[in-house]
Ligand binder design. Structure first.
Ligand SMILES: Nc1ncnc2c1ncn2[C@@H]1O[C@H](COP(=O)(O)OP(=O)(O)OP(=O)(O)O)[C@@H](O)[C@H]1O
Ligand SMILES: [Mg+2]
Length: 332
């Protein structure tokens, strides 16, 4: 990931905000953590997936403080803030306002460090405008930000960096986009991993794994671990991986409540056909669920693309992750 490492380094050295994007298991979090640890900068990392389904400012504040409490300089920082709070108190200030003042105080104390907000698209599920908070930080605080997310379309829908009406509009940022490894790199990753563990895997098993797991580094690792210990076939690990991917998908689809069956049928149609046009998706959904409007079909597809489950290749839709495709066919 040398190119991505360098891009992130440039973005943070020269600018104030980097947006690291890529589908699930492409290695975003690993890249960010490796970069920050190697470059020895002070940072605090928050994973918004740990927030409750409806995010509030106070749940964000708690998570930020929990993460700070894990690191030594963070604990000092929190203690300093608390001693100031004790002196000046917040008596009489409304709870919501108080919460905002608290968060701002903590963020202000982060000056000189890097704040990582991973899976930031989750912050869109809130009555509180977290995009305004990020814009405020960008404009007023000496804190660099690394924003990341696997649901890339949803992340950009949250940040709205190109929307003149949005708080973050016009702020300079660099995007570091991660993709799957090219076939040869993926092969090298597996071969070297097995060598390091003194395991010899036959050529056919490696070819088979590359075919099934594509160049998704998280899946290659998922495959490499049990394969190193021995005993599990490529097919078996592939099956376990696809079960995991489908479980994640099912969890994500719950968001659509009564609309969920449409998402399922759209995914099944796309997975079955391999790649499907808009009309084929519409026909596939209608065959199972009855008539559906054009705008509903477009909406389902837009949400599936924005969440990273589906991608659009020219004018056809495909399941973005081959492991998920297998899971959709076998288990959804
Ligand atoms: N450069 C790398 N070298 C070795 N292993 C890696 C590398 N990048 C990622 N991995 C492995 O792949 C797994 C998935 O990577 P990571 O969690 O960083 O991806 P992600 O894009 O953040 O995924 P998600 O969207 O699920 O959060 C990691 O647990 C790690 O084992
Ligand atoms: Mg991650």
């Amino acid at each position: 990931m040398e190119a991505e490492w360098n891009a992130l380094n440039r973005a943070i050295e020269r600018g104030k905000m980097a947006v690291v994007t890529g589908l699930r298991r492409y290695g975003k979090t690993s890249l960010i953590m490796t970069y920050l640890n190697e470059s020895k900068v002070k940072y605090v990392y928050i994973d918004c997936r740990l927030l409750p389904p409806t995010v509030s400012l106070s749940s964000f504040e708690s998570l930020l403080e929990e993460e700070l409490a894990k690191i030594r300089w963070g604990r000092n920082l929190l203690e300093n803030i608390r001693s100031v709070e004790l002196q000046f108190g917040g008596i009489g200030v409304r709870a919501a306002k108080k919460s905002e003042a608290n968060v701002l105080r903590v963020l202000k104390a982060l000056e000189g460090s890097v704040l990582v907000v991973d899976e930031a698209q989750v912050l869109r599920m809130s009555a509180y405008r977290f995009d305004s908070l990020l814009a405020y930080m960008f404009d007023n605080l000496d804190v660099k930000m690394i924003i990341s997310g696997s649901e890339v379309g949803l992340l950009y829908r949250f940040l709205r960096l190109e929307d003149p009406e949005a708080p973050l509009y016009g702020r300079a940022y660099s995007e570091v986009r991660m993709g799957p490894l090219a076939r040869e790199k993926a092969r090298e990753f597996l071969v070297r991993g097995f060598e390091q563990n003194h395991v010899k895997l036959d050529e056919q098993a490696i070819e088979d794994a590359l075919e099934k797991f594509d160049g998704v580094i998280g899946w290659l690792t998922y495959f490499g671990c049990p394969a190193t210990v021995g005993g599990a076939s490529v097919e078996k690990i592939y099956d376990m991986a696809s079960a995991l991917a489908v479980n994640e998908l099912k969890k994500a689809l719950k968001l659509y409540a009564n609309g969920e069956p449409r998402y399922r049928e759209a995914l099944k149609t796309i997975a079955t056909l391999g790649s499907a046009s808009w009309s084929e998706v519409k026909r596939g959904v209608e065959a199972r669920l009855g008539s559906i409007t054009d705008s509903a079909v477009s909406n389902v597809l837009k949400n599936l693309v924005d969440s990273g489950f589906v991608k659009k290749d020219t004018d056809k839709y495909v399941i973005a992750d081959p492991v998920l495709r297998h899971g959709v066919l076998a288990r959804l």
